[in-house]
Design a protein. Structure first.
Length: 268
């Protein structure tokens, strides 16, 4: 596996989550230039993970939400979100976590997502299996949707989309968690994500694809992660899930024509 020890990477992420737990319910938040929130936990976690990656894999590039950007033009690029779901973290909600993915040639290669308050650890490597707490997971199998099935959506979807879905919509406030809940199957049949950066989705996409999932824009174009490695955001909304579910959901989710919205982070 090109010398990547997934157990070591999982240990890094779990250690980083320990930092977040120490700050939980007492972190001070400030606004960044893009109006999204950042706390001491975000900065501290990114520092620790960057230090460990650089020491273990000095030839690899690293890009992180809190301004880390080194060696993005190389074959391997680590993409990390030190605290995915910062707004939920600041609000005292439980759905947040640490997301660490590795891209090879701009394509998700492996990933670890850990949601510490739930003690749920998702990961995949090149074995081709997606794992939750030691057990293999797979996206929901094709079926007729029911009222208890749900679609993960952004927190502002009520303003930006018209969604004609027979089941429920839920905003988890954590992009990585959205991808992982789709990957684990059950009642989560898909996710709609918007304005996400590569650090939001690198780990989750690796896990989702290992679980049999697909990612397609609302217009039908495949998701091209190579276009995001310079830090830009998704150009258009993306639907994720089993291939058949993605095809069906694309016909039920429509962007509204609205006036410009206030500047904020739409990736949660």
């Amino acid at each position: 596996m090109t010398g990547i020890d997934i157990d070591e990477v999982v240990a890094w992420v779990r250690d980083a989550a320990g930092i977040a737990r120490r700050y939980f319910n007492q972190a001070e938040a400030r606004r960044k230039a893009d109006n999204s929130l950042v706390t001491q936990a975000d900065v501290a976690i990114e520092g620790v993970l960057v230090e460990r990656i650089a020491a273990r894999y000095p030839q690899h590039g690293i890009i992180g939400e809190e301004q880390t950007n080194t060696g993005a033009g190389g074959e391997f690029l680590w993409a990390l979100d030190p605290l995915d779901g910062t707004a939920s973290f600041v609000a005292g909600l439980p759905m947040w976590g640490v997301s660490l993915g590795l891209l090879r040639g701009g394509v998700p290669y492996l990933g670890v997502v850990y949601l510490p308050l739930l003690d749920d650890c998702y990961w995949t490597d090149l074995s081709g299996t997606a794992v939750l707490n030691g057990h293999a997971i797979h996206v929901a199998q094709p079926r007729v949707w029911e009222s208890e099935d749900w679609l993960s959506v952004p927190s502002n979807s009520h303003r930006r989309f018209t969604i004609d879905f027979v089941g429920k919509t839920r905003s988890l406030g954590c992009t990585a968690a959205s991808l992982c809940y789709v990957a684990r199957g059950g009642s989560a049949v898909g996710a709609l994500i918007t304005r996400a950066a590569i650090w939001d989705i690198a780990a989750g996409l690796a896990i989702l694809r290992a679980a049999g999932g697909h990612a397609t824009s609302l217009t039908g174009a495949p998701l091209d992660t190579t276009a995001l490695i310079d830090g830009r955001l998704l150009a258009e909304p993306v639907i994720l899930g089993a291939e058949s579910h993605v095809s069906g959901l694309r016909t039920l989710v429509h962007q509204r024509r609205t006036q410009s919205e206030p500047t904020r982070n739409f990736s949660s």
